[in-house]
Design a protein around this ligand. Sequence first.
Ligand code: NAD
Ligand code: UDP
Length: 310
Amino acid sequence: MKSILVTGGAGFLGSHLCERLLNEGNEVICLDNYFTGQKSNVVHLMNHPYFEMVRHDVTTPFFVEVDEIYNLACPASPIHYQYNPIKTVKTSVMGAINMLGLAKRVKAKILQASTSEVYGDPEQHPQTESYWGHVNPIGPRACYDEGKRCAETLFVNYHQQNDVRIKIIRIFNTYGPRMHPNDGRVVSNFIVQALQGKDITMYGDGMQTRSFQYVDDLIEGMIRLMNTPDDFTGPVNIGNPGEFTMLELAQKIIEQTGSASKIIFMPLPADDPMQRKPDISLAKKVLDWEPHVSLDQGLEKTIAYFKSII
Ligand code: NAD
Ligand code: UDP
């Protein structure tokens, strides 16, 4: 049995990861400050004898004896990470320093939840791990993008300077049950609007693209990466290469919910990336991983979840 710390464990992705790690027979310590996460995401795990919750903020040091750390703590939706941008930078940067310091001290292996946002508004398409990105360092998304880029730098520096065993995963847009209904991301917004018969809020002309992966595929990739040999650090893209415009996404959701909602067009937020699609050759080669859930299948499960909570 491994003892595993999951920061941001009460969030959307963290709660799925905690559940999977417990099911595989590990002891899981879930750390969260509940900024965007909720106890309800993990309440079904509370009676598990090997599950513990800790209310803590990663911007301050934390000490615990563990074998592995998954560092997911950070708001992920633009409306949440832009609410207090200074705090977002602190969470990424100071959170990384505190968790890397802990990993160094207790000799734990540590995985950083990085993001496709490190590629910014990419000029290379699809994006490979070797692409350095196209990020505006003073724009509204910078607190998140640059915070995550700096965290990657810190991970590599701790590995090179202090021999800390690190793994960096670059996660592309992920959706599924337990996304917060007011989280502002496109999949949750469109599904909630469609189910409530409200207008579908399309930002810009809807021709911008994203590649959406279902949460189960991501968690599988994340755990496979953590279990790679120590000399493999990543970064590795984990995402579904299926690429859709936001108009295509809206049409699918309207169809699958049978909604009468109509699409309304609103201004595109500043620095909103025009396109995004992962090159997953490295994940296929090193992790023997590829996504299995299509957008249609994943949306069906996600729509069923939102129906049950709203
Ligand atoms: P989320 O907002 O649901 O989860 C983030 C969790 O971190 C929440 O439970 C929140 O309360 C917690 N948190 C935030 N600041 C904290 C702090 N200072 N101290 C302790 N806990 C804190 O978002 P998510 O979608 O589950 O994302 C999880 C991680 O994955 C994030 O690091 C995010 O950047 C990364 N990621 C997510 C996606 C995606 O599409 N969902 C894509 C790329 C990267
Ligand atoms: N978007 C939209 N309507 C919404 C929410 C988002 O058209 O109600 C667009 C947004 O402008 C972006 C895309 O959907 O182009 C994905 O947005 P999200 O915030 O989910 O992810 P990110 O931009 O961080 O990839």
